[in-house]
Design a protein. Sequence first.
Length: 82
Amino acid sequence: MITIFNRKELMITYSMEKQAKIRNLLVEHNIDYSISTLGNMMQSYERSMNPLTPRINPPTEYRIYVKKQDYEKAIHLLNENR
C-alpha cells in the first residue's frame, strides 16, 4: 500500500496519454503506484458564470507516485522507454 509516508513523486504530466503509458509500464513491471489528479476548478467556475465564454476544459494535472523503494527502478524504466 502506498501512503504519503512511503511514496515519492515519479512524474507530473498534463497528458492523459502519457500518464496512461506510464501506468501501463509500471503495471507490466509490478511496480505499485498511485495517481492524483487535479483540474483547475476556479477556471471552470468562472466560465460557468458567463454563458458567452466558450467552454474549454482546463488541463488536468496527473501526479504519479511510487513507493520510495521502487523509485530508482521506475525512473530507469521511464528512461528506457522514452
